[in-house]
Design a protein around this ligand. Structure first.
Ligand code: ADP
Length: 480
């Protein structure tokens, strides 16, 4: 099926007429063809968004939050179509696609709810300021949105929720592997009456479209979720126009099991968190740290749990793990496992591709490694695949040291008996969010952002609304 881009309320092709193919990662079937656009189409979309800005800002905020709720409702009504398409372009099991749609909706509903409660003006006491000062949140203006392929709908909703609530028109560049659900969402935006020019989608060359975002003065902020390497390119580009950046970048989450933890519970939590989307999430545990004395028992339980995981195409009932997103992804997982084995890790389970008749060569067996060290790539670089590298520790200080040895800090996990002690341990981790006996700590109402090389700013909860509408101050002279 041929898809078109959505610019200024119109469905359009690329200027060159060129397209690129979106393939189902499970079997290489063609799912759709999308326009292959670059700077000129992005520039037109930005112009349309800039033109829509004033009208959108002048709507009552409650009208904008009403539109968000309508969009969320339409996502619910069209959930089967959305989840089929999501599984086709992304590969995740159907149940996870349905879960992602519900999760995406929670960001739209959450932004609407939080925005409705936010004061339109920050009251300041003239007795304190000595003058009459008014402080008002003011819409940021046009926002460029760049989304990843692992949660194409949820990460988009995480950004358009606060953007629309705060009156910011957007230009979205989805990932090349997964642009189709974003284009379907554009259709829903059109149907619920999001004003023309407020939601634009441009698919195509990421570096050309990204460069246009960074060089165009009408783009006031770029909100990005993706790799740290691309985050760095955006940071460099931002110096040109001082474009604001909201960045959620890579992580490499530690998962610390403490001596008093219930091991069965720790293993279930680890499996739930690690294997969501086949290990292709930026918050999934990648460095598993276990007390030396319990390692054997823990690994045996983990192996037994991992043996239950069913791999296959995401649209087949009962499948837990789909394919990896593309060839580059499986090659990188494979290289990480080979590196670990060549440096002395022990393979307990997996460590190879899985072949299925008639399917693409992108399935990797759930893999359990022990004896991992800081020298191994799997302890240094984000994994994005179904690999559990385990390492034992002797003291909690040693575990904390290992957990904090990387320059990134997105999510972390502590599995413990005593949650007070768990919280103290969590506070020693250089992570933006820590799940304490919690395998899914990120929710739409939870403020969350990475530290150090894992990002700038926070999304979720009320706090993200301020990112899209910083306050401006008006000081009125004369006597009080
Ligand atoms: P990954 O390596 O996991 O695909 P990326 O950071 O490359 O992570 O991808 C996340 C998003 O960033 C995708 O939408 C991708 O197209 C986009 N992207 C990649 N390179 C650039 C770039 N130079 N400028 C802007 N966006 C980019």
């Amino acid at each position: 099926m041929a898809y078109r881009n959505f610019i200024d309320g119109d469905w359009v092709d690329s200027d060159s007429g060129r397209t690129f193919a979106v393939l189902n990662p499970a079997d290489n079937a063609l799912v759709g063809e999308v326009p292959d656009c670059g700077a000129s189409e992005a520039s037109r979309a930005i112009k349309a968004a800039a033109a829509a800005r004033l009208g959108f800002q002048q709507l009552e905020r409650s009208d904008r939050t009403h539109l968000l709720r309508e969009l969320s409702e339409q996502m619910h009504v069209r959930r089967l179509e959305l989840s089929d398409l999501l599984t086709a372009e992304q590969g995740k099991p159907r149940a996870e696609s349905e879960g992602e749609i519900a999760y995406a909706r929670s960001y739209l509903d959450g932004a609407a709810r939080e925005a409705d409660q936010l004061p339109l003006e920050q009251p300041l006491d003239p007795a304190e300021t000595g003058k009459n000062v008014i402080v008002r949140p003011t819409s940021m203006g046009v926002v460029g949105i760049i989304t990843p392929w692992n949660f194409p709908l949820a990460m988009l909703a995480k950004k358009i929720g606060p953007a629309f609530a705060q009156g910011c028109p957007v230009v979205v560049k989805p990932a090349e592997d997964t642009p189709l659900t974003t284009l379907l969402l554009a259709r829903l935006c059109e149907e619920v009456g999001i004003p023309r020019g407020v939601f634009n989608v441009v698919t195509g060359d990421p570096s050309l479209i990204g460069a246009e975002f960074m060089s165009n003065r009408d783009v006031r902020m770029v909100s990005f979720t993706g790799s740290t390497a691309t985050g760095r390119i955006l940071i460099d580009g931002a110096s040109r126009n001082f474009t604001r950046l909201l960045l959620e970048l890579g992580g490499h989450a530690p998962f610390i099991v403490t001596e008093d933890a219930d091991l069965d519970d720790a293993v279930s939590g680890l499996i739930a968190s690690k294997f969501r989307n086949n290990g292709q999430t930026c918050v999934c545990p990648n460095r598993i740290l276990v007390p030396e004395a319990f390692e054997k028992r823990f690994v045996a339980l983990l192996e037994a749990g991992m043996r239950q995981l069913v791999c296959g195409r995401g649209d087949r009932a009962g499948v837990d793990l789909g394919p990896l997103i593309n060839d580059r992804a499986i090659e990188s997982v494979e290289a990480q496992v080979e590196d670990a084995l060549s440096r002395g890790a022990t393979r307990v389970l997996g460590g190879h591709r899985l072949k299925f008749e008639g399917l693409a060569d992108r399935f990797y067996a759930p893999t359990l490694l022990t004896g991992c060290t800081s020298q191994m790539d799997c302890f240094k670089t984000e994994t994005f695949g179904p690999v559990c590298p385990v390492r034992s520790y002797r003291s909690i200080d040693e575990a904390v040291e290992i957990a904090n040895e990387l320059p990134c800090g997105l999510a972390g996990y502590v599995w413990c008996g005593d949650t007070e002690r768990g919280l103290s341990l969590a506070q020693r981790l250089e992570c933006g969010i820590v799940g304490i006996n919690d395998a899914a700590p990120v929710t739409a109402s939870t403020p969350f952002g990475g530290v150090r090389e894992s990002g700038w700013g926070q999304e979720g909860g009320e706090v993200v609304l301020h990112e899209y509408a910083p306050t401006r101050t008006y000081s009125i002279g004369g006597s009080l």
